[in-house]
Design a protein around this ligand. Sequence first.
Ligand SMILES: Nc1ncnc2c1ncn2[C@@H]1O[C@H](COP(=O)(O)OP(=O)(O)O)[C@@H](O)[C@H]1O
Ligand SMILES: [Mg+2]
Length: 127
Amino acid sequence: MHQLPRKYSFNEIRVDLDIVYFTTMINNLLSNAVKYSDREPEINVEGFVKDGRVSVSVSDNGIGISKSDQRHIFDKFYRAQTGNIHKFKGLGLGLYYVKRIAQAHGGDVTVSSKTGRGSTFTITIPY
Ligand SMILES: Nc1ncnc2c1ncn2[C@@H]1O[C@H](COP(=O)(O)OP(=O)(O)O)[C@@H](O)[C@H]1O
Ligand SMILES: [Mg+2]
């Protein structure tokens, strides 16, 4: 953790967060949503509470991620081979850190995506 986690309120629910790292996670997901797009990006951010956990999801209408790449995108330095790799520059570290940070909060991050349709990343943290 970057600093001692503090309580942050989502309506009446209070969650322990390291706000610097939490912000880093959201920024990584938002910049990917803008970056991995081949048209005017449409991005939705939603927050919800279920089963003792708070979730934040970031959805885009970008290029999407194949099922086989979905298995690896959270690995350190992994980048999907899009066939036009130079169009999207990066280090392949963003999602690795998103996963690490979510897990450091006792939570996780998951992806749901379809090639050509877009992607949804959901961070879930227990409270
Ligand atoms: N929103 C997204 N839409 C499509 N592909 C994505 C998205 N986010 C991540 N990816 C894929 O996952 C890979 C890993 O992402 P990330 O760890 O952020 O590294 P980077 O953006 O530096 O390549 C990316 O190279 C890309 O192939
Ligand atoms: Mg990235």
